[in-house]
Write a protein that binds this ligand. Sequence first.
Ligand code: NFE
Length: 480
Amino acid sequence: MPKRISIDPVTRIEGHLAIETVVENGTVIDARVAGRMYRGFEQLLLNRHPVDAARITQRVCGICHEVHGIAASIALEDLYRLTPTRNGLILRDLILGLHLVTDHIFHFYQLTLPDYLDFSLLGKQGAGNRQAAQLARIISTAGTFAPSRGEDLLRSGSVALEMALGYAEAVAVRKSAGSGLASLGGKVPFCHAILPGGVTTNITSDRLARYSTALEETATFVRQSYLPHAQALAEEFRPYFSKGRSHGNFYDNGGFALLQEPLYRSGVVFSGKEPQPFRFDRVEEVGEASFANVNGKQSGPPGAYSWIQALHYNGRSVEVGPLARLAVNRDNRFASLLKHYQQNSIRSSVMARILARAFEAQKICDYLLELLPSYRLDQATINPPDMQARANGSGTGLSLAARGALIHQLTANDGKIARYRLLVPSAWNFGPTARRERGTVEAALIGTPVTGSASASPASSLEIGRIVRSFDPCLACAIH
Ligand code: NFE
């Protein structure tokens, strides 16, 4: 007899996500992934000055604000036919890169580890360790921290203790990276200095030095803790290299291209075949399973079950994110790392996603450390748009965010926004089934063996939670 497991809301993510699965004979046979809130950013941008989009769209999300400021600025540069300054581009990459790395660190230590570690090991194993005792005390008194329960958790070992302690260290690293980001972007969150044409901050050597210190500290943490811990987790949980496989299609827009070789090129890969060039005209928003806002009321076609629009490329669902970037770029070093876990190619799975994020963090840190010295203190940071110009036409910004490919597109009429589209990573991954094409995360859930009784037991929902969280969901962005 099939049973339903509903997780609503999924905790430890940004925004409100509901997962409904049908389990039969201990395996997930059907899955629906839904965004159950409406926000309306595309509507509230209408009739505003186009440049407002660079500030307003940052408020789409509480986690990935700068990415929207940057994608909006690229779209606006296209609209205004504006060339940003080289310094402006460098500052953008410095901001985007450090943000991405700290976002990945946050995902691993704060959002992922509680699915794999029994944090009570801090008390048991950390006796005599002042940091462990302090963190154990915080966790036991913080009502909001609810570590997972279940059989399949790491309960001992020196690396497990190190990982658990990393929970607190990661907070400290993120704090210092935040001040580094603010020194370039004006403030954090919501860097108000990011605008079309570059960045408005008056960059002094002092500000650069603050950023540099934060970057060094973050890079050290990635090298010494994050990547080794992600590898150790992969070692302990090898079966997760064969769980959570999506359709096996990947897409990315590319980015970090200011040094000789771009870190990422854009492209699309279908089922392990050769990467194809990305074409924007192949992207389609399909609304047949999505709610719509009609005069302030929830409407939509019969059978609609999510506020997220299905995004298709060539009619297919594609996975986006760090793993997609590495797959599209056929990253040899990452492929070798996977071989250690008997993975012969870059394939979609829970553990490949977790490992890809940590690997990418190190890759981006190396890029930023090399890029930083090319900043020129004596040159302009911005080539500003003419704010009096009554822009007509359209602009597209292809960019990237921590969770994958990001596109902003706008049309302006007589200096006002007439249409604004946000095509965000979590919509690619968390979209509903449309035209009989399952959404990416839905596909990743199907076929999952769930342990424990086939009910909403902690153990069975733990498996589903691990798959869902491996995509690093941001529903605030997805429903925008
Ligand atoms: Ni709200 Fe975001 C990132 C974007 S995901 S976190 O990364 O864009 O949709």
